[in-house]
Design a protein around this ligand. Structure first.
Ligand code: XIL
Length: 323
């Protein structure tokens, strides 16, 4: 049997997964499967701002360090995920940004985190999910970062990351880019325009991550339209990666064998297009098994969002394995 890492390596690509050090510590067989199949890891939680610095002044990199150590011991690349994400800004930082508009809060987080992994993390999702088809013509997501610094926060973040690790490959990462539905067509267009503006301005942006949280209920998936989108991004000189591949399946009432068949066919159609594009340099799944997928433990994920938005902290399960 060929492993996924070997299959990917045949075209010079990586195959990876999102992972938590806590899962690896608790389940040796998961570690063995990860080592056997993957040449790359993305921290599922531990490098998010809120995971590192939930409390002001008490940055904690222990969980992220453990994942990076595991990756190094097993010769895997680490993709840093993620410096700025609207769902993971610590409450103290959001307060500081909205009251003082102090860029130093962001700059220190980026310098400390990227600097710490300067020699061990080769690429970063600098801004995660910058696009939102809301009220703005440029499609940028509204929130504390945009309010405090305007659209320029993206350039500033990329430049700060580039200063902290000049050799790192810097990415924007986003979702909802896959299907022929109006909102996803808009999202593709808006992300492309954002990348185009940043590249034209000479900002250090090297790549775009396509999350690929697939969902058969969203259809139709159009090979030609998706291929065209990838080609447009590639034409800007960007490296592309499929960064969070998974398939929402809990809504399917089909019996398991049929359901699995439908999902496998869909993922094959999707990856055939992606891997036909030479700019796509790797594929990462968002977890290695359904048992560990955030889609399976969605209630816990929702509980996490609730607790955080209610100011109660991330909860006992956060960053420590399954809640
Ligand atoms: C998710 C994790 O998988 C969950 O465990 C956590 O509760 C929330 O974040 N897009 C992203 C990822 O970029 O960081 C998200 O990960 C899934 C959606």
């Amino acid at each position: 049997d060929t492993s996924l890492r070997e299959a990917a390596a045949r075209s010079g690509r990586h195959f990876g997964t999102a992972m938590r050090a806590e899962f690896l510590a608790a389940e040796p067989d998961l570690g063995a499967a990860t080592v056997a199949e993957c040449s790359q890891l993305t921290p599922e939680l531990s490098m998010k701002w809120e995971a590192i610095a939930f409390h002001n002044g008490e940055a904690n990199y222990a969980s992220a360090d453990a994942l990076v150590r595991f990756a190094r011991e097993n010769a895997m690349a680490v993709h840093g995920h993620t410096l700025l994400w609207h769902r993971s800004i610590p409450a103290w930082a959001a307060d500081a940004l909205s009251t003082d508009g102090d860029w130093g809060v962001v700059a220190r987080h980026i310098a400390a985190t990227v600097g710490r992994y300067r020699d061990t993390v080769a690429s970063w999702d600098v801004v995660n999910e910058p696009i939102d088809t809301g009220r703005r013509m440029d499609g940028l997501r509204e929130g504390v970062l945009l309010s405090a610094f305007g659209p320029d926060y993206i350039r500033r973040a990329l430049e700060a990351a580039g200063e902290a690790a000049p050799a790192a490959r810097l990415f924007l990462n986003d979702y909802g880019l896959d299907y022929e539905i109006p909102v996803e067509k808009d999202r593709r267009y808006l992300l492309l325009k954002l990348a185009e503006r940043l590249r034209a301005a000479g900002v250090p942006l090297h790549g775009v991550g396509i999350q690929a949280h697939l969902d058969l209920a969203k259809g139709p998936f159009d090979e030609r339209a998706f291929a065209g989108f990838l080609a447009d991004l590639a034409a800007l000189g960007l490296e592309l990666r499929i960064t969070e591949l998974d398939v929402r399946e809990q809504d399917y009432l089909a019996p398991a064998p049929l359901r699995d068949r439908l999902i496998a066919d869909h993922v094959k159609r999707y990856l055939d297009v992606a891997l036909d594009c030479p700019a796509v340099r790797g594929v990462t799944t968002w977890g290695l098994s359904s048992r560990h997928s955030w889609l399976e433990i969605e209630p816990a994920a929702l509980d996490f969002y609730w607790r955080v938005s209610a100011g109660q902290g991330p909860g006992p399960g956060f960053n420590r394995g399954l809640p």
